[in-house]
Design a protein around this ligand. Structure first.
Ligand code: GTP
Ligand code: MG
Length: 480
């Protein structure tokens, strides 16, 4: 396929100050013969030349700069040319028409340039995905993640693991090649410790991927808590819609709702869940029916799959935490319905009787401070709006803090199964090693390690299928 020379407009369509066209393949320079002054020829080193494009249909020369990379250099590793000229769409189209007229150049397909960079080993698959991540980054945070992955954030750890496994495999196979020699090339205990360490690294990667891989590129923020805690009311308030049904009947939300929202320009997916409780009781529902049970299971599942939990409670937080056992480190505790708490607070009512406005305000603050320092990160009322700005600020702070070395969600989704499979294989090997099964000899061990290597290959693309490449590169636009 590299025999073919391809061309594509790489800047966005439409009027702009500058436009850029890429030509890639062995005839890249040749294809400009007669179309550029001064005349160009393929050289062994990269160059930049300033001159004019001359072609049919445009009466005056068009000023342009030609950037040239010889074979083995540049983005794709193949001979390539970039034409930088005026960002006029008719001019750019006329250039492409003139170059392709020769018949030695064809229009590039979506993502074909990055595909070439991958096939010639300039990028691995995780980096190719990161190119798309950079182009499509919806926010500064997403851009940071994509750039990190492009710089080798996934490539390097996988490469390191691969090298460790290859070293072990080589020593094992050396032992198999010289069975009569009285030398131990690698001991079982050494193999054991290498495989244990690799398994631990893969498990960490698996956790990161599971955290990243649940929906789109955005982190998931889930509203969780007992029935009637005020989750759906808060969901509606944050989104400024009436999407979720709100009612005084506990168990109103049975399914879950999700919507995209930004906090301080940091996008996330906000999820409203069904209330969860171990001792669910109300006047109208005596027993947990099957729907309730599956709704609660779903809520627990969502809590595991979320990057941040907004735990809403009216009271008895400590009791509630004990009964759920969710990850408190990724949780913001939000005490809801502060307007009701205030009305119930007898001390406040007493002060109210004294009829001094300032005292009421001061005591309100003291009372709220106590509630907050005891249980909650923030106390809110969706009715009066109290504490909502502070909650928004806290959510954006947490979103900002979210691990900057995160993996792109698209990569996590693609690689999740391979990583889990690698962990499963490693666990199986370690179990067999421990069991001292006589049939589990060095040759079986070597073939098992090879299977782990193959599975790792699916992550970085050293093992790939046309289907995988199609899925990744068809998402790119033409010219990238
Ligand atoms: N006074 C007051 N009432 C509130 C506040 N927030 C919610 N409520 C009321 O509390 C009741 C339950 O609210 P929901 O938002 O449906 O509660 P939920 O947590 O989604 O409940 P489930 O879906 O059953 O789990 C409704 O009657 C709301 O109007 C608040 O800040 N102040
Ligand atoms: Mg609800």
């Amino acid at each position: 396929m590299f025999e073919e020379t391809i061309i594509a407009q790489s800047t966005a369509h439409g009027a702009a100050i500058r436009g850029m066209i890429r030509i890639n393949g062995p005839a890249a320079i040749l294809s400009l013969r007669g179309l550029f002054e001064p005349e160009l020829c393929a050289e062994s080193k990269p160059f930049v030349k300033t001159g004019n494009l001359i072609f049919w249909g445009v009466t005056r020369p068009v000023p342009a700069k030609i950037f040239y990379w010889s074979e083995g250099r540049g983005y794709t590793g193949h001979q390539s040319v970039e034409i930088h000229t005026l960002g006029s769409q008719p001019i750019l189209e006329a250039i492409i028409a003139a170059v392709t007229k020769s018949g030695i150049v064809r229009q590039a397909r979506p993502g074909e340039l990055t595909l070439r960079a991958f096939l010639s080993g300039r990028l691995d698959l995780t980096q190719a995905e990161a190119v798309l991540g950079v182009i499509e980054a919806p926010s500064q945070n997403a851009l940071k993640i994509a750039l990190q992955q492009l710089a080798g954030g996934m490539t390097l750890p996988i490469r390191q693991i691969r090298e460790t496994l290859l070293e072990t495999l080589t020593s094992l196979e050396a032992g198999l090649d010289f069975p009569d020699e009285d030398i131990e090339f690698i001991s079982r205990s050494k193999i054991n410790s290498v495989l244990t360490s690799v398994r631990e690294q893969m498990k960490l990667l698996q956790q990161r991927m599971l955290r990243r891989g649940y929906s789109n590129e955005y982190p998931r923020v889930a509203l969780l808590g007992y029935p009637n805690a005020g989750k759906s009311t808060l969901f509606n308030l944050l989104l400024q819609t009436d999407r979720a049904i709100v009612s005084p009947t506990p168990g109103t939300t049975r399914d879950y709702l999700e919507s995209e929202i930004s906090f301080d320009d940091l996008p996330c997916t906000l999820v409203d869940t069904a209330g969860i409780s171990n001792n669910y009781q109300s006047d109208t529902i005596d027993e947990i029916d099957e729907i309730d049970e599956s709704a609660q299971q779903l809520s627990k599942q969502i809590s595991e799959q979320s990057d941040l939990i907004i735990y809403c409670f009216e009271n008895n937080l400590k009791e509630q935490i004990r009964s759920f056992g969710f990850d408190e480190t990724k949780t913001l505790f939000v005490k809801t319905k502060s307007d009701l708490n205030k009305l119930n607070d007898t001390k406040l009512n007493n002060v109210k009787l004294n009829n001094t406005e300032t005292n009421i305000v001061e005591l309100n603050v003291v009372a709220l401070d106590n509630i907050q320092s005891n249980d909650a990160d923030v106390t809110i009322s969706s009715k009066t709006g109290e504490g909502i700005d502070l909650l928004r600020a806290m959510i954006s702070q947490r979103l900002r803090e979210m691990s900057p070395d995160n993996i792109l969600r698209s990569t996590a989704l693609r690689c999740r199964e391979s990583v889990s499979e690698a962990v499963r294989l490693l666990e199986q090997i370690l179990e067999m090693c421990d069991s001292q099964n006589l049939f589990f000899d060095e040759s079986i061990l070597a073939s098992q390690i090879r299977s782990v290597l193959e599975t790792l290959g699916l992550i970085d693309g050293s093992v790939y299928t046309d289907k995988i490449l199609d899925e990744i590169f068809s998402r790119f636009c033409i010219g990238k």
